[in-house]
Design a binder for this molecule. Structure first.
Ligand code: NAD
Ligand code: GLY
Length: 356
């Protein structure tokens, strides 16, 4: 078993990574809380794959368990779903000492975390992430929330889980598209702070060759996130490094109406653009873009995009922009990133030049 501790004073918690841990999750849950009732939140795809496993694991303890599932996908990350969860929790007779478990990808993790943060002003919750993205990113760090018509993730809170249980076996059922989507975030960790991971990934040619090293890779990614979350829980400093590739990535996702490109595909292209920009202004070591391009292609991720003109308006609406300036993440080299504050107009001009 690989274990990490996220040290955040009274909000500290463990991340446990072990194949098959889902089958014995109750043993670890009972060490961090003493509920009578557990509400498991999931989506219908994950329910059909893992409901019996989690129910069998939880039935070994004396807990009353209820499973609530939503349609898969971003469309379920809404305040309406949170309301559904409140109704389910009240009709189940939950109290403040009971537990909520998120079993699924980032959509379920974010939605469930926000629900747990607000039910009775906060009940314990445990993350059991089942996508690569959720296992390396969204289940750790306590960012929870939902989408509203005005934009993605605009309503939420920082609310840390009591425990994160990662079962790499669950990735066996994940479709390639979702797996490679998550690989963009794995490659991102290599770029910003894990040079050895970048080099390890460069030596493999795709999903099949990664299988034996998956637990180790998940560990290194969670360790990178743990460190940044400990340094800057509320995302006002070094945690922003996690946004490498994300500013232009969001522009790409949003410009194509969240249908043309997945999040990981947007981030992949965003990392290319940020590296090119860095090389252009001398911040980034020459040859970095080429190395990133090569690795992205190995993991079936795109490296360029033809953006229609309205992309600039999308960037200007970025929620991270303040008074015409934006914190843009740039690389010095593979393994070292910096937060660079710049005029948004400067960024737009540079991106136009690069994409010409
Ligand atoms: P997702 O939760 O929609 O899952 C993707 C798909 O995989 C879904 O169709 C789901 O049913 C399916 N799936 C999940 N586990 C599976 C398994 N083991 N086998 C087969 N299918 C499985 O998407 P995601 O990419 O995991 O997460 C995206 C969300 O995460 C976004 O809403 C994003 O905003 C959020 N996010 C949050 C943070 C954070 O720090 N909180 C960080 C990054 C992303
Ligand atoms: N996914 C970025 C963060 O947690 O800060």
């Amino acid at each position: 078993m690989k274990t990490l501790q996220v040290m955040l004073a009274e909000r500290s918690y463990d991340i446990l990574i072990q194949t098959g841990i889902l089958k014995v999750c109750g043993e670890y849950i009972k060490k961090v809380c003493k509920p009578e009732k557990i509400l498991v939140v999931t989506d219908t795809t994950v329910e059909s794959l893992y409901k019996e496993t989690i129910l069998a694991a939880l039935s070994k303890e004396n807990w009353e368990v209820k499973v609530v599932s939503f349609s898969p996908g971003e469309g379920s990350k809404t305040l309406d779903s949170v309301s559904v969860l409140y109704r389910e929790a009240f009709s189940f007779g939950m109290t403040r000492t009971d537990l909520v478990v998120a079993l699924g990808g980032g959509v379920i993790g974010d939605l469930t975390g926000f629900f747990a943060a607000t039910l009775f002003r906060g009940v314990s919750f445990v993350q059991i992430p089942t996508t690569l993205l959720a296992q390396v990113d969204s289940s750790v760090g306590g960012k929870t929330g939902v989408n509203v018509p005005e934009g993605k993730n605009l309503v939420g809170s920082f609310y840390q889980p009591k425990l994160v249980l990662i079962d790499p076996d669950t990735l066996k059922t994940l479709p390639d598209r979702d797996f490679y989507d998550g690989m963009a975030e794995v490659i991102k960790y290599g770029c910003i702070c894990k040079k050895d991971l970048f080099e390890q990934l460069s030596l493999c040619r795709g999903r099949d060759e990664l299988t034996d090293d998956l637990t180790e890779i998940l560990y290194h990614c969670c360790d990178a996130k743990r460190k940044l979350v400990e340094e800057d829980e509320l995302d006002t400093g070094s945690r922003m490094l996690l946004n490498f590739g994300h500013t232009m990535g969001h522009v790409i996702e949003k410009t194509f109406g969240f249908e043309g490109y997945t999040h990981g595909q947007g981030v992949a292209i965003g990392m290319m653009l940020a590296a090119k920009f860095g090389e252009m202004n001398g911040m980034t070591v020459g040859g970095t873009t080429e190395r990133i391009e090569k690795i992205l292609k190995q993991y079936q991720l795109p490296t360029k995009v033809d953006l229609p003109d309205q992309w600039e308006d999308t960037l200007l609406l970025d929620k991270k922009m303040q008074h015409g300036r934006i914190n843009f993440i740039m690389l010095k080299n593979i393994g070292t990133a910096v937060v660079q504050s710049m005029e948004t107009n400067e960024l737009i001009l540079a991106m136009k030049k690069i994409m010409k």
